[in-house]
Design a protein around this ligand. Structure first.
Ligand SMILES: [Ca+2]
Ligand SMILES: [Ca+2]
Length: 358
């Protein structure tokens, strides 16, 4: 830029000189004999010219100054651009390096691709070769075995004909078999139904058997109640006699003790010709070792003494006066007839006992 401004200034100077020379030539033509005067006049004329153009020169100088300011601004912008370029230089260098590197990679990939393509082509060629060999082999086998294949085809056609012939015979047999199968199914169902009915009948018979047993028990009890309650048989017992007996469901229901409703009883009578003290012992081997109520074979004895041959004329009674749960009555009695009632403390107890009168 500085060079351009200098060139403009030179042009301005040359233009001034050319104008001065042209005017000088004109003065020379008018005053040929006096060169110094003419030169002096020319210088003066030039000076005048410079003086006349001083304003223009000053204006140009101002413009030059303005242009110099612009140049400074532009120089500053260029310096900024240089700075920014410097700052991005490494990034640009990296990017260029990456481009170079990728170029190498791309070349490698291209090479691989070409190589793979070649391999694939080779594989395809190899497979084609195999197929050709197989074709040849198949052709050879067909040729070698053509006679055999022909006879097999013939045998197959004969078999097909046989199958057709036999199919006609088999079809009615299949129909028969399916009919028989349906009959078997029907009969199986019938047998199953009959079995179910049989099982139901067996269960019902069991129920009825159980009911019959229960009814027999009830009948036995009712018989006892009807025939024996309030009655019963009286057996004689003598002094110093021991009698073994048993309480069973066929014995009379006891009336001798009001706290029980369904205890069985046996009755024994004795007669005293003179006043005396009697000892009556009642023991049961069916009292178990623990003596607990409700255990199997439990007979907790109870002894009742009645006046006369009566089952409901109580003089006294005893529960556990003997050993364990056994009973004992010791009592002074007048002459007369007495009844010993052998029974149990709890209802419906059955089992053996021994009764001794002394
Ligand atoms: Ca009895
Ligand atoms: Ca007792």
């Amino acid at each position: 830029m500085g060079g351009k401004i200098l060139a403009m200034l030179v042009m301005v100077g040359l233009t001034g000189t050319a104008v001065a020379q042209e005017e000088g030539n004109t003065s020379q033509g008018a005053d040929n004999g006096q060169p110094f005067q003419a030169l002096s006049a020319l210088i003066e004329e030039n000076n005048q010219l410079i003086a006349d153009n001083a304003g223009a020169i000053e204006a140009i100088a101002v413009e030059v100054a303005v242009l110099a300011g612009d140049i400074d601004v532009i120089n500053q912008q260029m310096a900024d651009l240089d700075t920014r370029l410097g700052a991005n230089e490494s990034a640009i260098a990296n990017a260029l390096a990456m481009i170079d590197e990728n170029s190498v990679n791309i070349e490698g990939l291209e090479s691989d691709l070409i190589s793979l393509s070649d391999d694939t082509k080779q594989d395809i060629d190899s497979l084609r070769q195999d197929i050709r060999l197989l074709d040849q082999e198949v052709g050879s086998l067909l040729q070698t075995n053509s006679g055999r294949i022909a006879s097999l085809l013939l045998a197959l056609s004969v078999l097909s004909a046989d199958v057709q012939d036999n199919t006609a015979a088999i079809n009615p047999l299949i129909t028969d078999i399916s009919y028989l199968m349906s009959q078997v199914m029907f009969n199986t169902n019938s047998v199953s139904l009959l079995n179910n009915q049989r099982n139901l009948l067996v269960a019902r018979i069991d129920d009825l058997d159980f009911l019959l047993l229960t009814l027999n028990d009830e009948i036995d009890k009712l018989k006892v109640g009807v025939v024996v309650v309030g009655g019963g048989t009286f057996t004689d017992i003598g002094i110093n006699e021991t009698i073994s007996g048993a309480l069973t469901i066929y014995d009379a229901i006891s009336l001798g003790h009001p706290s029980r409703s369904n205890a069985y009883s046996d009755t024994y009578t004795f007669e005293l010709g003179a006043t005396r003290t009697v000892v009556i012992d009642l023991a049961s081997p069916d009292i178990n070792s623990t003596g607990r109520r409700g255990d199997p074979g439990f007979v907790d004895t109870l002894l009742v003494l009645h006046r006369g041959d009566c089952r409901n004329c109580r003089l006294t009674y005893n529960d556990d006066g003997g050993e364990g749960l056994n009973s004992r009555i010791t009592m002074a009695l007048d002459t007369g007839l007495y009844t010993i009632e052998v029974t149990s403390y709890k209802d419906e107890a059955v089992g053996e006992y021994q009764l001794r009168l002394q």
